[in-house]
Design a protein around this ligand. Structure first.
Ligand SMILES: CC(=O)N[C@H](C=O)[C@@H](O)[C@H](O)[C@H](O)CO
Ligand SMILES: CC(=O)C(=O)O
Length: 299
């Protein structure tokens, strides 16, 4: 089978939050200003939608389609890449979303492991991924490894074994695990056209040292310009500067704080998260935003 080779994803990819109205309905009208904010204020040119940060697993298939259409439509001719996360508990739903992403002209699709019934082996997971990819065979395909959320602790390197034979559209990995040895083994195994995107923002520098081509994360929504400086310092071999930026950014917020923080920093109205997540009280987000501005000002 001839491999499908898409454009290689590099640099920072913002894992977008899903704008909701105060009543909790998807709010498509915030998407256009959101994309402009990323491009103009953060220098972030690619997005990953309906993933963890986007609360993809808390949305209906129909909502995910409407969101994907709007992100792709508004991002057209502006963004470098729009990657749509299409993973679901049900293989059928994932296939439907994969087909849909292909129809609307997304640049790639990504799939998380099912996590209610978990795959028992890397082979089982690869078979699931293969069935999703086969529904949209021309779509560059990224496996999304996030063991802390899925509870699926299969090593990514094992999942990659022989994957190009099963998924000719395989294009890379979004690796949101802390095991840099597993990540490094994936780097070592990967052909050069795959893109290895790292997903724990707090230790991106370690992953760059291991060979990451780029990064997908929630914090690049509002810290993109700082982390772009980290990436260019690393590219120039200025490790002290890259490290100074990274160690200033070692804090971790849960998703509801993160979402409210993005609203506070950007001025976008992203609304509350969806239950079971609880909204973050506004004053708390404001004080975190102020602390963040101070940290960024001190750099
Ligand atoms: C669990 C989770 O949401 N992980 C995200 C990406 O996979 C990261 O981008 C984190 O949000 C980020 O590292 C902040 O802790
Ligand atoms: C961070 C990330 O990649 C996600 O939200 O899915």
């Amino acid at each position: 089978m001839t491999p499908v080779v898409g454009r290689k994803a590099t640099g920072l990819v913002a894992a977008t939050f899903t704008p909701l109205t105060p009543e909790g309905e998807i709010n498509l009208s915030e998407i256009r200003p959101y994309i402009d904010y990323l491009l103009e204020q953060q220098g972030v040119k690619s997005i990953f939608v309906n993933g963890t940060t986007g609360e993809g697993m808390s949305l209906t298939v129909e909502e995910r389609k409407l969101l994907a259409v709007e992100w792709c439509h508004q991002g057209k001719n502006k963004l470098e890449q729009v990657i749509v996360h299409v993973g679901c508990m049900s293989l059928k739903d994932s296939q439907e979303l994969a087909r849909h992403a292909a129809e609307i002209g997304a640049d790639g699709i990504s799939v998380i492991s099912p996590s209610f019934f978990k795959p028992a082996t890397a082979d089982a997971l690869r078979m699931f991924l293969q069935e999703v990819a086969a529904a949209a065979p021309a779509m560059p395909f990224y496996y999304y490894h996030i063991p802390a959320v899925t509870g699926v602790n299969l090593r990514s390197r094992d999942v990659l074994e022989g994957i190009a034979n099963q998924i000719p559209s395989f294009q890379g990995l979004k690796f949101s695990g802390s095991d840099l040895m597993d990540f490094g083994q994936c780097v070592s195994y990967s052909p050069s056209h795959w893109s290895l995107l790292y997903g724990i923002d707090e230790q991106l520098l370690g992953a760059l040292a291991m060979g990451a081509n780029g990064a997908v994360g929630s914090t690049y929504n509002y810290l993109g310009s700082s982390v772009n400086r980290l990436m260019s310092a690393f590219d120039k071999g200025d490790l002290p500067k890259a490290r100074t930026i990274q160690v200033h950014l070692l804090f971790r917020f849960d998703l509801s704080v993160n979402k409210q923080l993005m609203s506070a920093v950007s001025g976008l109205a992203l609304g509350p998260p969806r239950l079971p997540l609880l909204p973050c009280p506004h004053p708390k987000a404001l004080s975190i935003a102020q602390r963040l501005q101070q940290i960024l000002g001190d750099q």
